[in-house]
Design a protein around this ligand. Structure first.
Ligand code: ACO
Length: 316
């Protein structure tokens, strides 16, 4: 049993096909200018017809596992956050484990929409803390384009496909441990973002989500830092859910980040990939080498439910 867990490696995967704003302007009545000015997205990736959520998850997870220096036999827990997997049983975690040759892991799917990765990371962290797991793969993977209404210009410009993954293992160093999660939801606002049986596409009250995100979340993010014992101005990076560049910048403006703090803006090239957006953006940031090993990074997811969750990790 360990006093906590830490992220030791990362990986990500994005499909090859790029859909630009100009491409979208040929499909619905929109323009590059509208999308860039309202949402900040320039392009997004689109999975192939036969590419499933599990396939995206496997590719990100394989990279994270390779980067960890461990093999499939060293993993005893797989947690996948997704809101777009069409296959209900077996769950995506079992599919991923099977593909990677992980023999007998605890295998869980988590659905809290865009905050899914942070909830999933908390599950793995808690399992390691109580001694029910030693080393976990935690993945966020989405094929949102399979649940996108391509006739609805107010939503189809937002979404993309991708996956990000981390390997987490026990640590007895409190300086490196993932901080206790701050999580919650606003169930009375459940209808604001929906993918339901009768309308299996993402439907959202965009302005309500925008208002909630830009007015309610900054104090919750401060709580995440508080629980971690880290000051906001000590953070090396802030990786929020990539919903809209104006939301990210609006939240950032309310927080006392230092000038050196890197605020992830991967949405520009990836769109909103729901549960995949934080691990995808995080993996790219770390890969770019701009964050020092051991530096504190605050992760914060928010979205459908409405749900939210966040924690501080240390850069591997
Ligand atoms: N191109 C051109 N015009 C558009 C487009 C488009 N793609 N979409 C909407 N418009 C028009 C509308 O028809 C409307 O026109 P009107 O005034 O003539 O009626 C005008 O633009 C304004 O529309 P709004 O819906 O008010 O646009 P808004 O500025 O609120 O932007 C957006 C919409 C981008 C969706 C914004 O509200 C937003 O980002 N909200 C947050 C969304 C979010 O984060 N959701 C969570 C993700 S859900 C998930 O991940 C599963």
């Amino acid at each position: 049993m360990s006093i906590g867990s830490r992220v030791i490696s990362l990986g990500h995967y994005q499909p090859e096909k790029i859909l630009t704003n100009d491409d979208l302007a040929k499909m619905v009545d929109t323009s590059d200018e509208w999308i860039v000015s309202r949402v900040g997205i320039k392009e997004r990736r689109i999975a192939a017809e036969d590419e499933k959520v599990a396939d995206l998850a496997v590719r990100a997870a394989r990279q994270a596992l390779e980067n960890s220096g461990h093999g499939p036999g060293d993993i005893d827990m797989v947690v996948v956050a997704t809101v777009s997997a069409k296959d209900v049983c077996p769950n995506t975690a079992c599919r991923v484990a099977d593909e990677l040759g992980i023999a007998t892991p605890a295998a869980i799917d988590v659905n809290t929409a865009c905050s899914g990765f942070e909830y999933a990371l908390a599950q793995a962290d808690m399992a390691i803390r109580i001694g029910s797991a030693e080393r976990a793969l935690v993945i966020g993977a989405e094929k949102l384009t399979a649940v996108t209404d391509w006739d609805d210009r107010s939503s189809c410009v937002l979404f993309g496909d991708g996956a990000g993954a981390v390997v987490v293992e026990g640590t007895d160093d409190p300086e490196l441990a993932i901080s206790p999660v701050v999580w919650g939801s606003e169930p009375s606002m459940s209808d604001v973002i929906r993918i339901e049986e009768d309308v299996p596409y993402i439907k959202q009250a965009g302005q309500t989500v925008f208002r909630w995100a830009t007015t309610q979340l900054a104090p919750l993010i401060e709580q995440v830092a508080d629980r971690a014992g880290v000051k906001i101005n000590e953070l090396a990076a802030f990786v929020p859910h990539q919903a809209n560049l104006r939301i990210i910048q609006g939240i950032a403006k309310r927080l006392d980040f230092s000038e050196d703090c890197v605020v992830a803006e991967d949405i520009v090239y990836s769109g909103n990939t729901s549960a995949a957006s934080v691990p995808l953006a995080l993996s790219k940031l770390v890969q770019d080498g701009n964050i020092a090993s051991g530096a504190p990074i605050l992760l914060f997811g928010f979205g459908g439910g409405l749900t939210y969750a966040g924690q501080v990790i240390r850069c591997p």
